[in-house]
Design a binder for this molecule. Structure first.
Ligand code: WQD
Length: 379
């Protein structure tokens, strides 16, 4: 059946971005359009807004739907195989960047069926339709959560995967295995698993950013909403961890750095960067194919390699917004680990990618987005 070759110019390459209206997805679409790729977004808008894509069009000067636009949007679920068939019939999809999926850790404990169905079955439907249309190139939005309680930090890609502490993390770990098995069974597949650490920040314009539904579960959007006066104070979940100031340490990475990591993954797949040595599958993976595109499974951490504590984040955000941010120490949150940050040498050496922005810049950009859009995309 063959696979789409990727060793061609960006403006002759069509990228399907599932979940492309979401936080990381929309920032990745900006980077793809800026590099001349044709982009097709499939998003069911269950946790995102079409307004984000309108702002992406404004940022990138992209024509509207219907013309020879470089950005086409379909409001569809990846579970709808018929809708996916239509997308692949209308667009010569060369490669998929797959973000679509439910991602709230706490919610996944309450709704395991919905999480396994949407995240796992949805990915299976997507891969089945893609394969039927001769597209076996996929970049997967994975997560550091697959390491569970890490055996060591900084975490390398060869750190053992432990049982995730929630169904959300289980879906990421399962999907890594499923996508790897697709390659083992058919070496025409070309898969990149990107393990994100903690994505925060916003595009420097302040027009797109993180817009969580309801009360934020994650630290940064919560801090931002306290800073803008929507919430009263930050609850610091524990200050008795074995860390420098007792609060949890994480590897926060700017969402634009993360988006650029996905563009680098396309270059890796196309054989434009890297030697193709991919950990995890040894000699099975990453060998350049005769048509110049790579075959195999590449596994990469996308982080900064630097850990920051909860209090580091709060103080950085105070510098960004120019005023104090009230907080109160609370009991630890179940399932949290003390510290978690990445070893990033592999992405540097293989993808030629390094995160550029520091915590202050992440908070400055996040503050600009939040202060210009106190209600996110809801106006
Ligand atoms: C960060 C730190 C908390 C909120 C999760 C998912 C992971 C990924 C990123 C999707 C911890 C502390 C938090 C608050 C706090 N998501 N905290 N008060 O848990 O590291 O990772 O989001 O891929 O898969 O697990 O991120 O932002 O929730 O927590 O003190 O109100 O902030 O204890 O130390 P986490 P987080």
């Amino acid at each position: 059946m063959g696979n789409r070759a990727l060793n061609k110019p960006a403006d002759q390459t069509t990228v399907l971005v599932t979940g492309g209206a979401g936080f990381i997805g929309s920032h990745t679409v900006v980077e793809l359009l800026d590099r001349g790729y044709d982009v097709v977004v499939v998003d069911d808008l269950s946790n995102s807004s079409q307004e984000a894509l309108e702002r992406v069009r404004a940022l990138t000067g992209t024509q509207a739907d219907g013309q020879r636009g470089r950005l086409t949007f379909y409001k569809e679920s990846i579970l709808d195989a018929q809708a996916l068939e239509q997308v692949f019939e209308r667009h010569p999809v060369d490669v998929i960047i797959h973000f679509a999926g439910f991602k709230a850790v706490g919610e996944s404990v309450q709704k395991p069926l919905e999480y396994y169905w949407n995240n796992v079955a949805g990915t299976l439907a997507l891969c089945d339709v893609a394969r039927r249309h001769g597209c076996k190139n996929l970049v997967f939005s994975s997560s550091a959560t697959v390491y569970g309680e890490p055996e060591f930090v900084p975490i390398t890609e060869s750190c053992p995967k432990h049982t995730p502490t929630n169904p959300y993390g289980q879906t990421k770990s399962m999907l890594e295995q499923i996508l790897t098995d697709l390659y083992v069974g058919d070496d025409e597949w070309n898969v990149v698993l990107l393990r994100y650490f903690n994505p925060i920040g916003a595009h420097v314009s302040g027009t797109i950013g993180e817009d969580p539904e309801g009360i934020p579960n994650n630290l940064l959007p919560y801090v931002a909403q306290v800073a803008v006066g929507k919430l009263e104070r930050v609850g610091v979940f524990g200050d008795d961890y074995p860390t420098p100031d007792g609060t949890g340490v994480r590897d926060y990475i700017h969402v634009v750095d993360l988006a650029r990591g996905h563009v680098a993954a396309l270059d890796w797949m196309a054989g434009r960067v890297g030697t193709g040595e991919a950990l995890g599958l040894g000699s099975l993976a990453g060998q350049p194919a005769v048509d110049g595109t790579r075959r195999g499974v590449g596994i990469f951490n996308l982080g900064t390699g630097k850990g920051s504590s909860v209090l580091d984040v709060i103080h950085a955000f105070e510098r960004a917004c120019g005023h104090e941010i009230p907080y109160q120490v609370m009991p630890r949150r179940a399932g949290d680990v003390a510290e978690n940050y990445a070893a990033c040498e592999k992405a540097r050496d293989e993808l030629g990618w390094v995160a550029e922005y520091d915590l202050d810049r992440m908070c400055e950009d996040s503050w600009r987005w939040q202060s210009q859009n106190p209600n996110g995309y809801r106006g």
